[in-house]
Structure formats: structure tokens, C-alpha cells
Design a protein around this ligand. Sequence first.
Ligand code: NDP
Ligand code: 8X3
Length: 252
Amino acid sequence: MEKKIVMVTGATSGIGEACAKKFAQGGYNVIITGRKADKLASLKTELEQLGAEVCVLEFDVRNREAAKKAVESLTGKWAKIDVLVNNAGLALGLDPEYNGDFEDWDIMIDTNVKGLLTMTRYIVPGMVERNHGHVINIGSVAGDAAYANGNVYCATKAAVKTITDGLRIDVADTAIRVTNVKPGLVQTNFSNTRFHGDDERAENVYKGIKPLTGDDIADVTFYAASAPEHVQIAEVLVLATHQASGSVIMRK
Ligand code: NDP
Ligand code: 8X3
């Protein structure tokens, strides 16, 4: 039987990289996308060692033309994507809304909201045509309610929730499934990016609590994709045991 195809955006780090590995281990061929050519090349080798065939697409999800070209370059089996994991995303800054940085805001909105929409717009029509597919968006607990200084990042993840719900409605007459995986604190490069490379500040985010790992989120994502075809995991909130919400975190 032909292996299924998963596309993971932002596969060069953290949750995306863990998802690529999990799906490769789980018998999928994998399309990895991202901006870092070196990392994509080394990940390709690792995934091949896990038994997957791998297709690499290097582009920035904010660049609509590049995304379109990348998707259009897929031929044969690679064009028939079974699962799209819309993972590429980031937070930049943790400041009061009235002091926020315009450029940080633009990058978050362009990546987390518009980039995710771009990929959806280019991949889902093929799924509709084939009456088959699964879109898994990586949202966040941050989308459930704003937390202090989270403002615009939280808003982008609230948008991911609404966009995911909207897509689920729009494909409800097809066999396509749509899932929002909403992680809490996951130790990846996320905080380092948020604090513009301030390692110490990033480390502090995970002090006194055992955070989730990218692998934990990859497990849940893979579970959603592996559920029987008639089962649609619409939304999953995955928190560290000592985290109760975006702003309630019990540290020791
Ligand atoms: P990482 O920083 O480790 O990974 C983010 C990935 O997204 C990287 O591969 C990064 O690529 C990629 N990316 C960012 N911007 C773009 C872009 N414009 N085009 C293409 N790729 C891009 O963080 P996480 O793995 O933690 O984050 C993955 C997703 O999970 C994000 O959507 C994030 O919001 C979400 N999330 C994270 C949580 C956490 O606590 N870590 C919790 C809840 C949700 P590059 O290396 O080139 O920057
Ligand atoms: C990432 C998790 O709580 O830092 O979305 O916003 S959080």
C-alpha cells in the first residue's frame, strides 16, 4: 500500500520537527517545509533513516508567491497530501499592548494567521477534489484567553481557533477532518524567539515546572491523524500537569 503523505510547515525546529519525525516513524512520507536550508537537509537525512521518503520545500510562509510555487512544484504522489500540519508560527515580545512593537505584531499576524491561511488556501482544494484529507492547525492555549502582555500573540492564536472552526464548517460535506491542537508550555525555541535571543529570559519561562516537549505535541497530533476516518478530533488542549490555563502556572 502507498504510504500516506504529511506536509509539516516550520519543520526546522520544535513541534514541527518532532511532528515530522513522529509521522516518519508512523509510516508516512514527509514533506518538510521551512526557511533554513541546512536544517531541512539534515532533517531529511534523519527522516530517511527512519524509513520515510522526504520532499523538502524551502520557503517562508509569509511569502504567498513562494508558497504557491512550492505547492505547485509537487508532482505525482507528493501532490496528494493526506495531512497538512500548519505549525509554522511564533511569538515576538511580551509587552503591554500600549508598548508593543509594530514590526513584531506584523510578523506574528503575517506568519501565524496569514501564513496558515495561505497554506490552507493552496492545499485544501486538492483535498476537496479527492474528498480526503486532514488539516491540523497548531493553535495554543493562548487562543483561549489573553494572558498578561500576550495581547497580539494571543489574538493570532484566537484567530487560528476561529479559522480552524470555519474550515471545519466549510468542509463538513466532505470527508476532510480539521483539528486544532492547542498546546500550553512547550520547551522549544519558542521563548528564545519571543525574547529575541535572550537565552536567560527564555530559560526562566520553564523554571519550576516540567514543561511539555515537542514530542508530547507530536504524539497528540499523530493520534488525531491516526483516529478512524469517521472520528474527527476537533480540538485538543494539551497542558503541562502544573499548568491550568494560559496564566495559571504552579511553579515549585
Ligand atoms: P520553534 O521556534 O521551536 O519552531 C517554530 C518553527 O516555525 C520553526 O521551524 C520556524 O522556522 C518556523 N517558522 C516561523 N516563522 C516562519 C515563517 N515565516 N515561515 C516558515 N517557517 C516559519 O517553536 P515551536 O515549535 O514551539 O512552535 C511551533 C508552533 O507551535 C507555533 O505555531 C507556536 O505558536 C505553537 N505553539 C508553541 C507553544 C510553545 O510553548 N512552544 C505552545 C503553543 C503553541 P525558523 O527556524 O526559520 O524560524
Ligand atoms: C505558546 C504557549 O502560553 O506561551 O502558545 O502562549 S504560551
